[in-house]
Design a protein around this ligand. Structure first.
Ligand code: SF4
Length: 240
């Protein structure tokens, strides 16, 4: 009797492991197709499996010779897609932006306090540009040196949505961790530990900067608009 029970448990376990491996292989193939065709396939299913089996999927992906960042890319793209409207419809005063301190210039003189880097918008790097425009729109902006600061931000701030900037793996893991806050993510365009880069336009686009700017311009009288546009072109040396 006991032998039969152990045999049954053993067989069930083998079938289960086999089924999980098949599912992971299907997810890897669909991820590969999705990224190549730039079209998300079964996004919610893919996200559920990726969240549940993140490490095994990464190992299997590496073992089979797929791009190491493939799983993170897909997961970030799906989360951006699923949370887009919720993030957009959240009031800006309830949204935060978390930037990595590796974006700072080598000549940055900002000090670090318990909230992260205190950027004075000196203009030497993209952090100052994003911070200035985002804070004008009502966002809170944090520049953090590591995940321990992210935990403090979550604990000490009342917010409903978050936008993060980071490299593939850090961004994906942070978005998984903050999945209750309709996270949006923008990948660094140049990764590393020092003087990294991000496409500022992508960040501004995600926070609705261009939509707000267009709305403001449309509501102005035509003569004012022409004068202001001319001034903007002259004044905004970054031309964002
Ligand atoms: S803009 Fe801010 S983060 Fe960048 S170099 Fe200046 S003070 Fe440092």
């Amino acid at each position: 009797m006991l032998n039969h029970l152990f045999q049954f448990i053993g067989q069930s376990f083998t079938v289960l492991v086999f089924a999980v491996i098949i599912i992971l292989l299907i997810v890897l193939i669909l991820t590969h197709i999705s990224l190549n065709k730039e079209r998300l396939i079964f996004p919610k299913f893919m996200l559920a499996v990726t969240d549940l089996f993140y490490s095994p999927l990464k190992h299997l992906s590496k073992l089979l010779g797929f791009d190491e960042t493939m799983i993170d890319q897909m997961s970030i793209a799906v989360r951006n897609h699923i949370n887009k409207n919720k993030f957009k419809n959240t009031d800006n005063s309830k949204k935060i932006i978390v930037l990595p301190h590796c974006l700072r210039s080598a000549d940055c003189e900002a000090i670090l306090d318990e909230t992260g880097l205190v950027c004075n918008e000196c203009g030497k790097c993209s952090i100052g540009v994003i911070k200035s425009k985002a804070e004008d729109m009502g966002y809170k902006v944090f520049v953090v040196p590591g995940s321990s600061f992210v935990k403090k931000i979550i604990k000490n701030n009342d917010f409903d949505s978050v936008l993060g900037v980071a490299c593939y793996e850090d961004l994906n893991l942070t978005m998984i961790h903050l999945s209750d806050y309709a996270p949006q993510g923008v990948l660094l365009s140049k990764t590393g530990c020092y003087q990294t880069k991000v496409d500022v336009r992508s960040v501004l686009d995600k926070i609705g900067y261009y939509d707000t700017k267009n709305k403001k311009e449309k509501s102005k009288p035509t003569a004012d608009l022409e004068i202001n546009q001319e001034l903007c072109v002259k004044k905004d040396k970054h031309n964002y």
